[in-house]
Design a protein. Structure first.
Length: 202
């Protein structure tokens, strides 16, 4: 009888603290793997970056139509600078406005300070194709590359974009599309030069 009672106590001992920690650790790993797999399948980073860049382009066009001139630069920044509002590595749009000084007797042009806005993580790769067939890549491996987009003030049409290489060499061309790639998905912004309109496709 004594042996039977001892076995009963052992069977009802429950889960030890070490076993509980092991189970929690396994669950955390599984949740992480599921999240990573979903990110690969949905391309959430690419979608978010494309949507934010699209919104910034719309705002830039509105600014161009209402002010003297406005520019939007897209670039990858790998060195945070809190003074500029750059709090992490990733893709940023840099918007600069030229306004006419109505206070002056002449129409002096005033350049505003550039405004930096985070639009995408380092997991995204941006590939830009021009009307002439050239391709430019901006990502963490091409952090020195950038593209500047602006619009015609009177018509709202796209002007030629300015591409700048890591070495500082610049060239101009019209953009036909901008692809945002992450994981297994690609989101594409299609440009319509004459109207200054664009659309997102996937």
């Amino acid at each position: 009888m004594k042996i039977g009672r001892r076995n009963n106590k052992l069977n009802n001992a429950g889960i030890s603290l070490v076993e509980l920690i092991v189970v929690i650790a396994i669950m955390a790993v599984l949740v992480g793997l599921i999240g990573f797999s979903l990110s690969l399948l949905t391309g959430s980073h690419a979608r978010e970056c494309a949507q934010k860049v699209s919104a910034e382009m719309d705002s830039t066009k509105t600014g161009c139509m209402s002010r003297f001139e406005e520019y939007m630069e897209l670039k990858y920044i790998d060195t945070p600078d809190i003074n500029k509002g750059i709090d992490r590595k990733g893709f940023y749009t840099v918007r600069t406005v030229k306004t006419i000084n109505n206070q002056a007797q002449s129409a002096d042009i005033i350049n505003s300070d550039p405004v930096y806005k985070y639009v995408g993580s380092s997991k995204v790769k941006v590939e830009i194709t021009t009307d002439s067939g050239s391709t430019y890549t901006i990502d963490k491996d091409n952090a020195g590359e950038s593209v500047v987009i602006t619009y015609d003030r009177s018509s709202g049409a796209y002007k030629k974009a300015t591409f700048t290489s890591a070495s500082g060499v610049s060239s101009e061309d019209y953009i036909s599309q901008m692809q945002f790639k992450s994981g297994l998905r690609t989101y594409t912004i299609k440009f319509v030069t004459d109207t200054g309109k664009h659309s997102i496709e996937n």
